[in-house]
Ligand binder design. Sequence first.
Ligand SMILES: [Fe+2]
Length: 286
Amino acid sequence: MTAASVHFETRPLTPKLGASVRGVEIARDLTDDVFADIYRAFLRHQVLVFEPQDLASAAQVAFARRFGEVQVHVMKQYHADGHPELYRLSNLDENGKPNGRHPDKGTLVWHTDGSWARVTGQATIIYGEVVPEIGGETQFADMYGAYERLSPEWKRRLATMRAVHNLDFSRTRRHGEDLMTEAQKRERPPMDHPIVRTHPETGRKCVYLGDHAEWIVGMPYDKGRALIEEINAMIIHPDLVYEHHWTKGELLLWDNRCVLHRATSFDLATQGRVVRRCTVLGEVPQ
Ligand SMILES: [Fe+2]
């Protein structure tokens, strides 16, 4: 099934979420009209996959700025090419050889970008510079669908519940090395958000949780932790997941407000994976 657009062609990747985009070169074609069409497709499909193209770092940042203010990540060691707005994940050493180390193991667990801040992530835009032959996929889970599938009892239970998201918690737990400094922790204190939020543009409800969530407001720590793990498992439905196997030069764009994502593992000693990411700031979740 192909949906025609004035400026490009979108093709759904699954019945529920994700679409491929053909006929747009971001570095060249980004008029106001084209951007307006991209934005509409972004809201409708939640995840967009642009066909392989050359995209310099500066052009990627310029694209991100069309969406809004771009996050400068607190973990400065990841900044790329002199652009503090870009966060590069690479397992290549200075000679371009795989170094056997994963640059951020937190990305292997379902999460939503920037949920640890007061103003959370809106769009994330990732460009694939080097992609592995096997593994290193990016998976997306539909959180509108996850909400719709909650039982009436769960919907009632979660309606007013808030979770505290904490980058230090998730990074320490999942990464184990290169932890946050005291100054970075002070810059990013834990932040609470509703577990069910209303998307500010579509007006649809979605579940907003993932791996940065640590505890639940008003609940003993251990009980809240257990409940977060239970909900995080419950909201991933295989038929509401799109898995993207990368081709070099592709650009992925997704809406952090209504999808969770994670990366799959790959052979870190023999395969290279270099992606550069930009996250646009959205709003305080309501
Ligand atoms: Fe992420």
